[in-house]
Design a protein around this ligand. Structure first.
Ligand code: F6P
Length: 533
């Protein structure tokens, strides 16, 4: 029972005939709906929201205690209640002298110690002091990990490709499909390749299987003694790292209070630091720290991540939206939708509240998207004229990282602004007819408009900006979860599939009986038949 949500639902009914175009044109709209954050503009004017909506959303945040829950997260309280853990990723980028406590113990000395070890490792790698077993310099680093141990570093290294000045190329292997490792190492020289085995638990089947296969690739080429110069590990579990055969002197630690999908700021980001250099990795942490300070200190009315999260709840719970599109008009952010899928859907794709009761309202939207302008030539048709309302995030830089002598950079921005405008304004039947469209064609050209979006504009993508951007999304997701009263930091829903895969596997390898339900057993039998034919 939520008075604030009930009030929002009534208010939404009152907005049935609202015109987003008229809202956008209203005087003073920019003053209230456009936010400036350390040079980045977050424009909320194209939302189906009035001043009153914002007031009601802030009331929702107050009713759901979002500020107190935020403070609890920053205070290292066990906000991940089902796993009895803190979720203190903000400590990883804490650049202040403020202690960050978990169970009354300041975690900052440990955080700084690992950062120093990462710095020394990067210096050795870049300076040529860390060499392969045959004395060659390392030129290629392959991160083997999956989920949070892959998507964050992969997204960030791709985003920061113009800063790859260390002489190290970063590669990522996540899929247990043997093709992923094979394709990745096909062009690599074992003597110059270093593997980072990244796994919080060091128990993830896919990662360990790929790590074993990578070790065979190194051993076959360079011999068993080469492993120590070609493998390092990032994990919370030193015992399992040692059991795998990686010297724990070459292990970078992190902690169980860092959720996998919140871990790119920890040593899980080693591949990022290897590619862009440690100082720039620190810049990324600094950008995130700035956003943390904003989220922690700004009043809800001005708190950008909080407002974004509240607007998500508005669309999900009062407009029935099932999905949100993330549309970076920035090629380097091409991995952002995939990264946000884990961040948002693994965090808030839940149906049980903290007190164990079922939710009565919808939770996580499906997050999807692709870089603009590519999406315009595939799925934007549905965004403009489909029967489903899909709020969009547009992200665009004022200046591309790649200066061009022609107008392509401006074309990119023009298209980004035009898409958001077209979604909001649409095109009425009268306008279509006025253009001289034949009557039988006119209905097909009508665009309903009133389709909301956020535009996030930044001067240029750099490590600090990326850090701020990702931290903004993290806190947005936190706000959603706090409103919905769910644990944003667990992921029990992924467990059953892992158990069943473990049961089905022996039947495929021939080491045990064929198991699973009738459908799985039938398909496994077909696999066997296809392999024999
Ligand atoms: O199966 C889901 C998950 O646990 C994610 O939450 C996590 O990011 C990923 O697997 C990888 O886990 P690990 O880092 O322990 O290998």
């Amino acid at each position: 029972m939520s008075h604030a949500l009930d009030a929002l639902s009534d208010h939404r009914d009152a907005l049935n005939d609202v015109s987003l175009a008229a809202l956008c044109d209203a005087p003073g709209r920019r003053d209230r709906f456009v936010h400036s954050l350390d040079g980045m503009t977050v424009d909320l004017s194209r939302h189906l929201a009035t001043e009153e909506t914002l007031g009601l959303l802030v009331a929702l945040a107050r009713e759901r205690d979002v500020e107190r829950l935020r403070d609890a997260m920053f205070a290292g309280e066990p906000v991940n209640t089902t796993e009895h853990r803190a979720a203190l990723h903000v400590a990883l980028r804490n650049q202040s002298d403020r202690p960050m406590l978990v169970d009354g113990v300041d975690v900052m000395p440990g955080v700084r110690d690992v950062l120093r070890r990462m710095q020394a490792f990067c210096a050795a790698l870049h300076g040529g002091d860390w060499r392969g077993a045959t004395g060659e310099r390392i030129t290629d680093v392959v991160n083997i990990g999956i989920g949070g141990s892959d998507l964050g570093p992969r997204m960030a290294t791709e985003a920061l490709r113009p800063w790859w000045t260390s002489g190290i190329r970063a590669h990522f292997v996540s899929n247990v499909d043997p093709s992923h490792l094979a394709d990745t190492v096909a062009s690599l020289d074992p003597a110059r390749t270093l593997f980072i085995v990244a796994s919080k638990t060091f128990g993830t089947q896919e990662t360990l299987a790929n790590a074993h296969a990578a070790r065979s690739w190194i051993v076959d080429a360079l011999g068993g003694d080469a492993v120590e110069r070609h493998f390092v590990a990032v994990s919370t579990d030193a015992g399992r790292v040692a059991a795998f055969g990686i010297d724990t002197a070459n292990m970078f630690e992190f902690w169980d209070w860092v959720g996998g999908r919140y871990s790119m700021w920890s040593a899980i980001g080693l591949s990022i630091a290897a590619a862009i250099g440690f100082d720039r990795f620190l810049d990324m942490l600094e950008g995130a720290h700035g956003m943390d300070a904003h989220f922690r200190e700004a009043a809800p009315e001005q708190n950008v991540p909080m407002l974004l999260g509240l607007l998500d709840c508005w669309y999900r719970n009062c407009w029935g939206c099932q999905s949100r599109a993330v549309l970076p008009y920035d090629q380097h952010l091409s991995m952002l939708p995939a990264y946000l899928q884990q961040l948002e859907m693994e965090s808030n794709g839940k149906r049980t509240r903290l007190d164990g009761t079922p939710t009565s309202k919808g939770t996580s939207m499906v997050v999807w998207g692709a870089p603009g302008t590519n999406g315009q030539h595939s799925f934007h048709q549905m965004l403009h004229q489909g029967t489903t309302l899909v709020p969009c995030d547009f992200l665009v830089a004022a200046s591309s990282c790649e200066p061009s002598p022609d107008a392509r950079g401006d074309m990119l921005i023009a298209n980004c602004l035009a898409q958001a405008e077209a979604l909001a304004r649409g095109r009425s039947l009268e306008e279509v007819i006025e253009d001289g469209t034949p009557p039988e064609l006119a209905p097909h050209k009508v665009m309903p408009g009133n389709r909301p979006s956020t535009t996030i504009l930044y001067p240029r993508l750099d490590p600090k900006r990326l850090g701020a951007l990702i931290a903004m999304y993290e806190h947005r997701v936190f706000t959603q979860g706090a409103v919905w009263g769910i644990d944003s930091f667990d992921q029990w829903g992924v467990e059953l599939g892992k158990v069943l895969a473990g049961e089905i596997l022996p039947g495929l390898t021939g080491e045990g009986p064929v198991s699973g339900d009738a459908v799985s057993r039938g398909l496994a039998a077909e696999v066997a038949a296809m392999r024999e034919s």
